[in-house]
Ligand binder design. Structure first.
Ligand code: SAH
Length: 218
C-alpha cells in the first residue's frame, strides 16, 4: 500500500463511529458490540476496505471487522463507509500481532488475508500474515471449524504460506494458483483493490482456503 500522509487522519478516525477505538475492551463481547449472534468474520490488512465493504453489503446476516495498521489507508475506507453506512461492519486501526488481545477463542468463524505484505527478507518471515506464528494466533480466535482464506499474486509468499500449513496444524480445503481461471473457486469471488489492479496486469492470483487439520473428519 502506498503511504501518503493524509493530514489529520488520526483525528478523523478518532471521531468516527464505525471505528472501534478500544478494541481490547470488546474481547469476548463482540456479539454484544454487534447486538446479535450472527457469525463474525475478520479481514486483516483491509487496505481501503472495498472487499470487506462489499461482503458486508452482500451478507447483512454476517458481521464483519476490518483491521488495518495505517491510519492514512484506513481513512479511505472510513470515507466510503460514511457515504454508505453498514450496520454489520466495524473497522479497527491496529497491528495484527495484537489480534488475540482483541478477540477471544471462538469469536470469529473466518479470517480473510488479501494481498498481504510479502516481507521478502528471511529474517522478517514472522511478520508475514500467513506465517506459522500468525496461524497460531488465528487458531486462538477462530471457532473449531473456522476457515482462513488467503489471496495473493505473490508466488513466493504463496509457496511460503503453503509450507507453513502442516507445521502449524492446518490443511487445505481448496487451492488454486490461477483463481481467475478456476470456475469453481471464482464462484462468488469478491475482488479486492489489489486483486483488480494485479489481475488486470495479467498476474495470476493464488488462493487457498484452509481449516485446522486436527478437525479432519477422516
Ligand atoms: N487487502 C487489500 C490491501 C492489501 S495491501 C487489498 O487486497 O486490496 C496490505 C494491507 O495490509 C496494507 O494496507 C497494510 O497496511 C496492511 N497490513 C500489513 N500488515 C499488517 C499488520 N501486521 N496489521 C494490520 N495491517 C497490516
Amino acid at each position: 500500500m502506498r503511504l501518503r500522509n493524509v493530514t489529520g487522519s488520526r483525528e478523523v478516525i478518532a471521531a468516527c463511529d464505525y471505528v472501534i477505538h478500544n478494541p481490547q475492551e470488546c474481547r469476548g463481547k463482540w456479539h454484544e458490540v454487534f447486538g446479535n449472534d450472527c457469525p463474525i468474520r475478520i479481514e486483516i490488512g483491509m487496505g481501503k476496505g472495498r472487499f470487506i465493504m462489499d461482503l458486508a453489503r452482500m451478507n447483512p446476516q454476517i458481521n464483519y471487522v476490518g483491521i488495518e495498521k495505517y491510519s492514512s489507508v484506513l481513512i479511505r475506507g472510513i470515507q466510503k463507509l460514511e457515504a454508505d453506512p453498514l450496520p454489520n461492519l466495524y473497522f479497527i486501526r491496529m497491528e495484527a500481532e495484537e489480534i488475540t488481545s482483541v478477540f477471544a477463542q471462538g469469536e470469529a468463524d473466518r479470517i480473510y488475508l488479501n494481498f498481504s505484505d510479502p516481507w521478502p527478507k528471511d529474517r522478517h518471515a514472522k511478520r508475514r500474515l500467513p506465517s506459522r506464528e500468525f496461524l497460531r494466533r488465528y487458531d486462538e480466535i477462530l471457532v473449531a471449524d473456522g476457515v482462513i482464506e488467503f489471496k495473493t499474486d505473490n508466488h513466493d509468499l504463496f509457496q511460503f504460506a503453503l509450507e507453513e500449513l502442516e507445521p502449524a496444524g492446518w490443511k487445505i480445503l481448496q487451492m488454486t494458483e490461477d483463481l481467475h481461471h478456476n470456475a469453481q473457486m471464482m464462484e462468488g469471488n469478491v475482488m479486492t483493490e489489489y486483486e483488480e489492479r494485479f489481475s488486470s496486469k495479467g498476474n495470476p492470483i493464488c488462493k487457498y482456503v484452509i481449516v485446522r487439520s486436527r478437525d479432519a473428519a477422516d
